[in-house]
Design a protein around this ligand. Structure first.
Ligand code: C2O
Ligand code: CU
Length: 483
């Protein structure tokens, strides 16, 4: 076990070669494979990702693609993942959102040692719950995930209601020029422009300074931007499911044009009686997953696109293309002002597992803050940075209530709990009036306050942290610790 607690998030580790040194030998990233056997081979390795017809980045991949291979298994399967690290630095795999046994959670320094270059590790767990998840590195994750080191994990329920099309769409953002300001860009080959270019200075800046989000100027869906994103083919009358996963560090507001849709699951967990919505934006925060479904009943060519005013917004769009009829061609409308779906009121209200006024064994308040530290901005929980933050101490069987408050003046904090799902009970003091909302990642805007509850039913030491991984690496992490 590595001694230093922060190895999973920290900035100081082995150096990787400068992207420009390795770059030209790298193979081009391939398209994403689907692996659906119970024994899976995964290899982390470098590649060059062609994001659009102009820009190529050196990236980290699982099995040569970004997103990495899709692991698609059935509920009840016991799956073994034979993992090999062919990266020039140590890494691990974390199964984001999945309640694996603690020993398989992939947090270096907490649940395992980092897997060194050339080494292997076998992950093994039973697919207990269905839904949409992803996996990613938890070693220096602010950097490695930023370089593309993530893939998707889909667990199909035993008795699945069939849909005609089932697409997985992973959102991310990239920097066309991470060294902006200290590099002459004129005449430079785009292939040398390293997203997450891993010079130590750059990494320091990104993890502990202001990490200005406007540096992320290219947004992607499944590793491609703009017209390079592969259209989603449908036929009239088909039922279409989209599994939306945000693997980046920014929230995105998605608009599905031309169709009503239902949100059928949040973070893999089904909603009760979801009703169709139209022309409302679905806000997806870092680490969150939303499954939506619609009936393809409006032939033509339509967009699912991100709304916003960032430079990259325009690249985050995908065409929905009717195979038979494409006479109607949709126009992008990235800035249209539409309401955002209010998840606290969505679906049918029912009693969930937990209520606000029942008795809890453990209550914890998480005050999320931003402050100026010695070497830049720090992100705090109750005024402390990890590993000084106070853990949530529990024992098996405890009912745990956590109040989260975002006291940062302008930062969003998508807080993610490992190994458990929680039920969201209230937002800004108001109880949830829609479907019971079960999640593992909850986005807090400045000033917002949420109360969540979960049962401590999965012993171990589990991270509870902000999924803007820059914030995590600058302190916003605590642990749920079982006695
Ligand atoms: Cu995807 Cu510790 O997180
Ligand atoms: Cu944060």
């Amino acid at each position: 076990m590595q001694g230093h607690d922060m190895s999973n998030m920290s900035t100081k580790e082995e150096k990787t070669p400068k992207t420009s040194e390795v770059n030209e030998q790298l193979p081009l990233a391939t398209s994403t494979q689907v692996l659906s056997s119970k024994e899976i081979n995964l290899t982390a390795k470098e590649a060059l990702l062609q994001i659009n017809d102009k820009v190529k980045f050196p990236v980290y991949t699982y099995n040569g693609s970004v997103p990495g291979a899709q692991i698609r298994i059935k509920q009840g399967d016991r799956v073994k993942i034979y993992f090999k690290n062919e990266l020039p630095e140590p890494t691990t795999i974390h199964w984001h959102g999945y309640p694996v046994p603690n020993s398989q959670d992939g947090v270096p320094g907490v649940t395992m040692d980092a897997i060194k270059p050339g080494e292997t590790f076998t992950y093994e767990f039973t697919a207990t719950v269905p839904g949409t998840y992803f996996y990613h590195s938890h070693q220096e994750s602010a950097k490695q995930v930023d370089k593309g080191l993530y893939g998707t994990l889909i667990v199909e329920p035993k008795n699945e209601e069939k849909v005609d099309r089932d697409y997985t769409l992973v959102l991310d953002e990239w920097m066309s020029n991470p060294d902006e300001g200290n590099m002459d860009m004129s005449g430079m080959d785009h292939s040398n422009m390293g997203h997450g270019n891993s010079s130590d200075n750059q990494h320091m800046d990104m993890s502990s300074m202001g990490h200005d989000m406007s540096m992320y100027d290219i947004f992607t869906i499944n590793g491609k931007s703009g017209s390079a994103v592969k259209p989603l083919k449908v036929k009239k009358g088909e039922k279409v499911r989209l599994r939306l996963i945000n693997a980046g560090y920014m929230s995105h507001k998605l608009h599905l044009h031309g169709h009503e849709f239902k949100i059928v699951a949040t973070d893999g967990q089904p909603l009760k009686d979801p009703q169709p919505i139209k022309d409302e934006l679905l806000n997806i925060a870092p680490g969150e997953r939303y499954d939506i479904e619609f009936i393809a009943n409006n032939p033509g060519e339509w967009l699912l696109e991100c709304h916003g005013d960032m430079e990259g917004t325009d690249g985050m769009k995908v065409k929905i293309q009717y195979e038979d009829q494409t006479n109607n061609t949709d126009k992008a409308n990235a800035k249209e002002d539409l309401p955002i779906v209010d998840m606290t009121k969505y679906g049918k209200h029912e009693l969930g597992q937990f209520t606000l006024d029942q008795k809890y064994d453990v209550e914890y308040t998480m005050d999320l803050g931003t402050a100026m530290g010695k070497d830049g901005m720090i992100f705090t929980i109750n005024g402390k940075t990890y590993p000084e933050t106070a853990p949530v101490n529990v024992k098996k069987g405890d009912l745990v209530k956590v109040k989260l408050v975002n006291n940062s003046p302008k930062d969003l904090h998508p807080m993610h709990l490992h190994g458990h799902f929680f039920q969201v009970l209230s937002k800004n003091g108001k109880p949830i009036t829609g479907s019971p909302l079960i999640k593992d990642t909850l986005n807090l805007k400045p000033g917002e306050e949420y109360v969540v509850a979960f049962k401590a039913d999965n012993p171990g030491n589990w991270m509870f942290h902000c999924h803007d991984l820059h914030h995590a690496s600058a302190g916003m992490v605590t642990e749920v610790k079982y006695k």
